[in-house]
Design a protein around this ligand. Structure first.
Ligand code: AHM
Ligand code: MG
Length: 329
């Protein structure tokens, strides 16, 4: 059924956010502003990503940007840009990032939200012109407004997220996010400088024929995972693995598929990070009709204990995830 709040494809993200804000009586202007700040950071990172190959060149030519960033790796640049956009925006009181060991205090103790980010995920793809992404997760703080935020604000659990999403820098740049109702995608039109609603109310296929994992790790996967992958081959499913979680997730979300990062010898508790990789994608996945599990429990039910904790991740079409789980001990 078409949603009473539905807006036609082609509206801008700003317009969409404004519309949602008036449609939901409890939606706060602050969250809207925070989402706009994230979209702005996404535009800035889009720009950096698209001139990535020139960064060393401009450095070599002695062209220094004001922040002296020309010698820095793109993921560090993205981290700086993102943190700065959130600090300047004023709605986030604290940030955690894959690139920083500890909580980053923005200085805005009156901000109502905290944000967990992976500013540029897919590190092995950054220097080689392959799709990469930004992942974000937003909580309303539990500490009192006006005080210093703390670890507790970030360890509330995945079901307490108020918004989550990603920005994929691929053949085009797209931002997909949810505020807990529907999942929507906005493709970036660089000539306008606007994200445009292109994928309204995403419903992922219940089943799929694509599986995504690092086949080189196969020998160290547990028996149940190997069994499931054998079945995928017997059924002549398609193997697709970019090695950028956002890109693999996005493809599977639209086309139907499963992404697997099981525990391995090298990463016995899984490789991916709970707070800024698994939680936000799991939150989005559930809104789009997908499932996300660690193999033992729903990702969103995992109790977080530390900022950079890792988890195994199996995420995608519900029929595929359930079939896989039938093989896990
Ligand atoms: P990163 O945070 O260092 O970029 O690692 C996360 C990435 C994911 O984007 C991707 O799905 C996975 O690591 C690929 O890992 P591997 O190269 O081990 O297959
Ligand atoms: Mg990462």
């Amino acid at each position: 059924a078409s949603h009473p709040l539905a807006l036609p494809v082609g509206v801008t993200l700003d317009r969409y956010i404004m519309h949602r804000q008036t449609a939901f009586p409890y939606a706060t202007g602050e969250l809207s502003q925070l989402l706009r700040d994230i979209a702005l950071a996404g535009k800035i990172i889009h720009r950096e990503v698209n001139r990535a190959g020139l960064i060393d060149l401009t450095g070599g030519m002695g062209v220094q940007n004001v922040q002296g960033e020309s010698q820095q790796k793109l993921d560090m640049i993205a981290n700086i840009r993102f943190s700065r956009a959130l600090k300047n925006g004023g709605e986030a009181c604290a940030i955690i990032s894959e690139e920083d060991e500890d909580i980053i205090f923005t200085g805005n103790n009156n901000g109502k939200y905290v944000v967990a980010i992976d500013p540029l995920d897919g590190s092995s793809n950054i220097d080689v012109n392959v799709s990469i992404g930004t992942i974000f997760s937003i909580y309303r703080r539990v500490t009192a407004i006006g005080t210093e935020p703390s670890l507790a604000d970030f360890l509330q659990g995945g079901r307490r997220q108020v918004a989550a999403g990603y920005i994929l820098y691929g053949s085009s740049t797209i931002m997909v996010y949810t505020t807990g109702h529907s999942a929507n995608g906005f493709t970036y039109d660089a000539s306008l400088g606007e994200f445009i609603l292109s994928h309204p109310d995403i419903h992922s296929p219940a089943d799929g024929q694509t599986y995504s994992c690092n086949d080189g790790n196969l020998d160290s996967y547990e028996a149940g995972v190997r069994e499931y992958l054998t079945i995928c081959r017997q059924k002549e499913y398609t193997a697709r693995y970019i090695g950028s979680l956002v890109a693999d997730f996005h493809r599977n979300l639209l086309k139907g598929g499963i992404y697997l990062y099981p525990p391995t010898k090298k990463s016995p508790t899984g490789k991916l990070r709970l707070l800024y990789e698994a939680f936000p994608l799991a939150f989005l996945a559930e809104k789009a009709g997908c499932l996300a599990t660690s193999g033992h429990q729903a990702i969103l039910d995992i109790k977080p204990t530390s900022l950079h904790q890792r988890t195994p991740l199996f995420i995608g079409a519900p029929v595929m995830v359930e079939n896989l789980m039938g093989h896990l001990g």
